[in-house]
Design a protein around this ligand. Structure first.
Ligand code: 7PM
Length: 262
């Protein structure tokens, strides 16, 4: 799953038309590098970032989704926690809703997914939008993630989302201490075993726990660490990897597949 951010800071050269062009070029590049899904987000979840009005988020993502959907045969996911944005995105051509709140912020996301037969990614996170990145750690992160997955799954199924459409995501970096992100990757096999009906998605790409373990490496110095995390995740049972660096990630995982195939 290749990441395509369409927040104003993501493409620097301003001007609506060139923003759309830049997004399209990046999508095309990631597809060429082997991305199987393009994940489009119009709201930054950076620590301390302000929430974006839903109409602003819609205005950012819809033109990009329409442009990609009309040109390329690739599934598009919409990274949002708002049902109105999910609905507009699906109308524009998205097929998957990627909710970082796991239905905690807006349950109607499940109604939208059920009504449109869209895929639904339920990501684990702790705390509200503003406090998500500063929550004190819990005792047993594997147990908490598993319990919260059950709660999110129950809501989704109550709203009529088919089991087979639901993907679970550990939510690396969302309200978790560095050691807990490492523990989740180390024990991913336990979580995968507990949820055999669902594919697991992991997004560790360039995240701050990698920078911390690598003595302060900046985001553009975290590629090797991100690849190591992706390899561990897939080896331990993840089925989808969310990544910025698609070519390098696909290469690393092609080797993993080749080895596991023997
Ligand atoms: C700041 C902090 C900026 C975190 C961006 C992020 C995930 C996601 C994000 C994930 C799924 C990033 C994150 N992370 N959706 N959206 N899984 N499903 O690094 O791990 O892109 S935002």
């Amino acid at each position: 799953m290749g990441i395509l951010n369409v927040t104003p800071d993501s493409f620097s050269d301003g001007g609506r038309f060139s923003d759309l062009d830049a997004a399209l070029a990046r999508a095309q590049e990631m597809i060429g590098e082997g991305a199987a899904i393009i994940d489009i987000g119009g709201e930054s979840t950076r620590p301390g970032s302000a929430r974006v009005e839903q109409q602003v988020e819609i205005d950012r993502v819809v033109p990009v989704i329409e442009a990609i959907a009309s040109r390329f045969d690739v599934p598009i996911s919409i990274d949002t926690s708002k049902s109105a944005v999910a609905e507009a995105a699906i109308k524009a051509g998205a097929e998957i809703v990627n909710d970082i709140s796991g239905l905690r912020f807006d349950e109607r996301i499940a109604d939208v997914a059920a009504a449109t037969n869209a895929g639904l990614v339920l990501m684990h996170s702790r705390g509200e939008f503003e406090s998500m990145h500063s929550k004190p750690p819990v005792e047993n992160i594997v147990a908490e993630v598993s319990n919260d997955f059950r709660r999110s799954l129950a809501i989704a199924e109550d709203h009529g989302v088919a089991k087979v459409k639901i993907v679970l995501d550990l939510g690396i970096g969302f309200g978790k201490a560095v050691e807990q992100n490492l523990e989740l990757l180390a024990r991913l096999d336990i979580i995968a075993g507990a949820f055999p009906d669902h594919a697991l998605l992991v997004g560790a790409s360039r995240k701050s726990f990698i920078g911390r373990v690598l003595n302060g490496a900046p985001p553009d110095g975290r590629l090797s660490g991100s690849l190591a995390a992706a390899v561990i995740a897939v080896t331990n049972g993840a089925r989808i990897i969310r990544a910025h660096d698609v070519k390098a990630t696909v290469d690393a995982l092609t080797i993993v597949d080749a080895v596991l195939g023997e």
